[in-house]
Design a binder for this molecule. Structure first.
Ligand code: ATP
Length: 263
């Protein structure tokens, strides 16, 4: 695993300080702060409604924070929105493309939108790592759910963003596709990209994330490497009461956020 690989003195890829997001006066992100360094995979974990997507929306500039600051590579999201947009890319929970277009057409359409020149051969080569290199003529509507998600990840990385935001990138995928996506995310990290992902899978968080933060009711409860969080919280009474054997990250998560089902 790699992390904290920024040059000394270089800005964090993402620096969130005391972020507060409110909808019609109801605060759903409440004083959240964390940083992501270059070449780091950071996982934002939390139960349904915890405020994960709202945090991503604020980074993306879709939601205006009630207060706090958001810097991407040292640039203020509110003051320099266009410059920030050029540095990041978001893959939403349910990306969907035009049904009748083929993978090849979708790839070249989005490359054109980002101002990236891609030949047919380059699309073929670039889609191989996500298992789509031999499917380029297939229409979007003919792809399986896993193929659609892998295409969405490929499209999200077409212009080599500094920071990639992935909202539940592997939800609903079979284990093979999930592993394929993990591998691809790790390759992106190895190339120096930074990734902020949300997930409900503690297995995924443990497998691919260098660091994670657990949020609930809009507040950040704890942050660190998965192994650090287990060590830090493993002897807590609430964690021990839900653990079956040696405490896992999921036990820490449930111990900190409670067992009740959320809306
Ligand atoms: N556009 C909106 N207007 C009003 N309330 C919203 C809006 N978007 C989200 N919310 C509310 O804000 C809270 C946080 O939602 P958010 O989608 O950020 O949570 P989440 O952690 O991403 O949840 P999930 O795991 O279910 O995707 C929830 O109570 C949700 O109902």
């Amino acid at each position: 695993m790699t992390s904290e690989v920024s040059e000394p003195g270089s800005p964090s890829v993402l620096e969130i300080s005391q972020l507060r997001v409110a909808y019609e006066g109801r605060t759903v992100v409440d004083g959240v702060s964390f940083r992501i360094q270059r070449g780091e995979i950071f996982g934002l974990l939390g139960p349904n409604g915890a405020g994960k997507t709202s945090t991503l929306s604020a980074i993306e500039g879709l939601v205006r924070p009630a207060s706090g600051s958001l810097l991407v590579d040292g640039l203020d999201v509110e003051q320099q929105p266009l410059a920030v947009k050029a540095l990041l890319k978001v893959q939403l929970q349910s990306s969907s493309f035009q049904d009748e277009l083929s993978i090849q057409e979708i790839a070249r359409l989005y490359a054109g939108l980002y101002g990236v020149k891609l030949s047919r051969e380059q699309v073929r080569g670039n889609t191989r790592p996500v298992g789509l290199g031999d499917e380029l003529g297939k229409k979007f509507k003919q792809l399986s759910g896993g193929q659609q998600q892998r295409l969405a990840l490929y499209i999200a990385t077409i212009h080599n963003p500094l920071l990639l935001l992935l909202d539940e990138p592997t939800a609903g995928l079979d284990p093979q596709s999930r592993r394929g996506l993990w591998r691809h995310i790790e390759e992106l990290r190895a190339e120096g990209n930074s990734i902020l992902l949300t997930t409900h899978s503690m297995e995924e968080a443990q497998a691919v994330c260098d660091r994670v933060a657990i949020i609930d009711h809009g507040k950040l409860l704890t942050e660190g490497r998965p192994s650090e969080l287990i060590n830090k919280h493993k002897d807590g009474p609430r964690v021990l009461s839900v653990a079956h054997g040696a405490p896992t990250l999921e036990d820490v998560f449930i111990g900190l956020t409670g067992s009740e089902i959320r809306d």
